[in-house]
Design a protein around this ligand. Sequence first.
Ligand SMILES: [Zn+2]
Length: 503
Amino acid sequence: MNCFPVPYPDELIYSLVARAGIRSAITSSKQLLDEVFGDRKVIATIDLPSHLSAISELLVNTGKFDVSQLVYEHTMFPIYAPFIDESVRVRAMSRMKGFSRGSVHLMLGAPASIVKISDNFRICPACVEEQKQKYGESYWSRLWFLPSLPYCHKHGILSQSTTSYHDNRHTYHVCGRIQCQPFLCNENNKTEQQFVYLAKKAQEVMFLPIQESPTQNQWSLFYNNLAHDFGYGKGNKQVAHEKIADLVVNKIVIPELAIDSNRDTNWLRTIFRRHRKAFSYLQHLIVWSAFIPDMTVSEIINEVKSEDKVTVSLQKNHVDLDSKSSKVKRNKWKSLISTTPINIARTLSGGGALYAWLYRNDRDWLLAFNSANKSQSALRQKKVDWSARDRSLTKQLLRVVDQFDGVIESPRRTKNFLLKQLEGYGSISKKLNLLPLLSFTLNRYQESVFEFQARRLAMTVIVNLRAGDRKSRWQLMRSASLPKERILPIIDDLLDWVVTGSN
Ligand SMILES: [Zn+2]
């Protein structure tokens, strides 16, 4: 096939084939399958397509897009990959290369999972606009087809079509030709935040580099340790399921994942037990959002993969740490806490991950350090009455301005210069947005370039008069450091007046 299109970022293979049809003006589905795959029986699959070696072949001239790249960047495979067994991951990828006859879906547990890929087309209208601006056409992005998560982390709830792509098993529809209507959904502020979190993290999962999957045993250990690390353990190995449910339940904003807390086999309980089967990405993400919201997905996966590398009976805190990395992390935390209260530092991006790392690897030090610094940060957090502060600082500023009024000398009285005359300059210079009166007064009384040039001229004239000197125009200009090219017209006039007046 000639002029086969090159995939756009995150474009689904399905979308690519649809565009190929348009580009080559092929209207018959069977003919398109023939041209692209050399096989008329291929089923048009949105999420986990097969026959990818044929696509890779068509893109050979680009020097990119081997089968693994296609799988990881242009299908929904990565949303399953970290959570399934390595052997399944490898087999599924090889099926996607050639024939699969639906087996990939089965292997990845997609049909049995409680979170389901949508059968209907979905779009984010704002992303579609961005695509059109950037590329002159729209395409199906894989980020719109996250199972049970119809949400764009940049623009919100997606729109959905009433047509299913299963309607015709061999037809590829282009994005621009399918009508979609907004999902009806009554999200409030809190669920919206959670949707944004889930969509962002799902994207991080989709963007993970190609790598081996952790084992189910590593996942089991990871969740058990997570519960114990955060005080949700019971005895040595058990976890307190009820307490965990209290923490997690309000993070469950996906109806399919609602749990019956009384049932011993609800998914939240089983994810904290020995993993016998893979859980869906959303179940993992929901637990992470409650326990470790600030850790990046790749930090979490690394953590999981390190699980059974350490003897289980060893207490995590006492693991002989790579003392250098621990020291670096301690110093980073110290410097963060020197400017930010602990509870706020934990919510900062980077701060939270640092906290989680130290909590898991260097807990004794972290807890000791935090409790020693808590009192200080409590003091810092004490509410400042900014409007009272604003009034008192403004009064102080007016006194300063008053004092300078009769003083001819001093550098240019810029805002910063005036601020530096105030008590507590360091702490207020960055808080001017909270001090409207002070800002206004600073703007009013700061010295303009003209005022400063005039003052320099006056300073020079006064010195000369005292010394009984008479200077020419250019001598005055030089003594007052008034550069010829930058002198303002009004100062120029003033100079004339000084020279003729004093003559
Ligand atoms: Zn969007």
